[in-house]
Design a protein around this ligand. Structure first.
Ligand SMILES: [Zn+2]
Length: 115
């Protein structure tokens, strides 16, 4: 038996889009229209954040999650422990920042998306 095709799937096929393209498009549209995401993007692009992030990385150059497990891995970014999208007033609070390597950052972000 054939699986029923949704209206969205038919639309995507008609436009020659894959599911990934559709998701990317959705994300981009959401980033532009969702006020929480818009505010977070503004903060991430601000000089104040960039300078604080640089300071944090100078202070904690190693991935803090790996460090907690006794491993030494160079951090590649700074994460907001409490999600920036939800709690923007904690954007510049030192104790809300964590230096992380790429894999640990990806894990955190995925967990945040799942809620
Ligand atoms: Zn790590």
């Amino acid at each position: 038996m054939q699986k029923p095709v949704t209206h969205d799937q038919r639309l995507r096929e008609a436009r020659g889009e894959t599911r990934a393209t559709a998701d990317r498009l959705y994300d981009r549209t959401r980033r532009r229209t969702d006020p929480h995401l818009k505010r977070a993007a503004t903060i991430r692009g601000s000089a104040r954040w960039k300078s604080l992030r640089a300071k944090k990385r100078r202070h904690n150059p190693l991935c803090e999650d790996h460090e907690a497990r006794g491993k030494t891995v160079v951090a590649t970014g700074v994460d907001h422990v409490k999600a920036l999208e939800m709690l923007p007033h904690l954007a510049y609070v030192w104790s809300n920042l964590k230096s992380l390597c790429d894999p640990c950052h990806a894990k955190m972000s995925a967990a945040e998306r799942r809620g």
